[in-house]
Design a protein around this ligand. Structure first.
Ligand SMILES: C[S@@+](CC[C@H](N)C(=O)[O-])C[C@H]1O[C@@H](n2cnc3c(N)ncnc32)[C@H](O)[C@@H]1O
Length: 343
């Protein structure tokens, strides 16, 4: 078994842990939060590593080099010496070489450090000490940014450090990538989580405020037939390019041209705040949109919405709350609301 860990958008860690636990040959062991991301520690058999990367809910995946505790020595030099042990590094590097690219003698590297508190030492001191430990062990490696090897040292729970080599790159968190970028686009890992919360694909998944089509792309990848609407024709053009298999049109989420019970699920990152405001009174807008989503979603289907607040009076009686996942995006608290369409 290889010791590994994954980072995720704050709030999505438990979902990542559950998904990992469902993969054959993978066992989730521990979890935490390093101040920026949720962290899930797990073990994976060699043949299961690629399935971990395909999960799509994690932002990054690492092979573990070592762990230590502040209670064993709360100084950066001590921590660096404890976690960067040549025999364990060698093992982690061979996994890195198998998963990323073959190693050469002279590699470039950089260290990323995250600590939960800076009372005993600064994050930058820990970074320097781990950098020195790497240089002592690998004299031909040189520090560069960006680098071929990224060494992450993170305090994933109070007093607990884990160090790993990053196996993933931008492609993991960007998934297939958007051809056209538009402001306010959702993180693909969050879109993937929302689509997963909509349940098994059955019929059409509708995103009535689709923007550049991130949810549409993830829904297509999950096996749904997909419809998108947006009030802004420029968004519709972007979504058509980003999710070519989806049926995308200009439309208003407050009065959908969709038959009653016409879709299997509705999933959307609703407009909120400055960038994409709503038309008229915000609660009235939400009441109209949720009413329409309850009308068009088949009984037994799900409605999954990202929004910081959906007060009780805007939610129609036919939508029963199933789950609520609180997450942090760009430093702001928001929530994924999951409803069952009853009836
Ligand atoms: C937060 S953005 C969605 C971003 C999208 N998830 C993405 O990844 O690009 C909200 C979208 O709602 C759209 N919108 C605002 N009012 C609408 C309405 N009444 N009907 C449909 N779309 C609307 C905006 O044009 C904007 O594209």
């Amino acid at each position: 078994m290889t010791r590994m860990f994954a980072t995720a958008v704050p709030g999505l860690g438990p979902m990542v842990g559950r998904e990992l636990g469902r993969l054959p040959g993978v066992v989730a062991r521990d979890s935490g939060f390093d101040g920026r991301s949720d962290v899930v520690l797990f073990e994976a058999e060699r043949g299961s590593r690629s399935a971990v990367v395909d999960l799509g809910l994690a932002e990054d995946v690492f092979v573990e080099v070592g762990r230590t505790l502040r209670s064993d020595g709360d100084r950066p030099g001590w921590i660096a010496g404890r976690v960067w042990r040549p025999e364990r590094v060698q093992r982690a590097l061979s996994v890195w070489a198998e998963e990323v690219r073959p190693l050469s003698g002279a590699m470039t590297f950089r260290v990323i450090a995250r600590v939960l508190q800076e009372r005993s030492f600064l994050r930058t001191e820990l970074r320097q000490q781990v950098t020195r430990a790497v240089q002592r062990d690998r004299p031909r490696w040189r520090v560069e940014d960006p680098a071929q090897v990224e060494v992450w040292v993170i305090e994933y729970a109070a007093g607990r450090f884990v160090v790993g080599l990053r196996l993933s790159d931008q492609r993991m968190r960007q998934h297939d990538g958007r051809v056209v970028e538009r402001e306010g686009a959702l993180r693909p890992t969050v879109a993937r989580a929302m689509v997963a919360l909509a349940g098994e694909p059955r019929g059409v998944l509708l995103d009535p405020c689709c923007g550049s089509g991130t949810i549409l792309g993830e829904a297509l990848a999950a096996g749904w037939r997909v419809r998108g609407l947006d009030i802004d024709p420029e968004a519709v053009r972007a979504a058509r390019r980003n999710a070519p298999g989806a049926d995308v049109r200009v439309g208003d989420a407050r009065c959908l041209e969709v038959a009653d019970h016409g879709v299997g699920a509705s999933v959307s990152n609703l407009p909120f705040g400055q960038r994409y405001g709503v038309q008229g009174d915000p609660d009235g807008w939400l009441r109209s949109v949720l009413g329409e989503l309850a009308r068009v979603t088949r009984p037994g289907g799900r409605v999954v919405l990202l929004h910081p607040r959906l007060p009780h009076p805007v939610v129609p009686g036919t939508l029963r709350m199933r789950d609520r996942v609180r997450i942090r995006l760009l430093g702001l608290e928001t929530t994924i609301w999951v409803y069952d369409r009853t009836g």
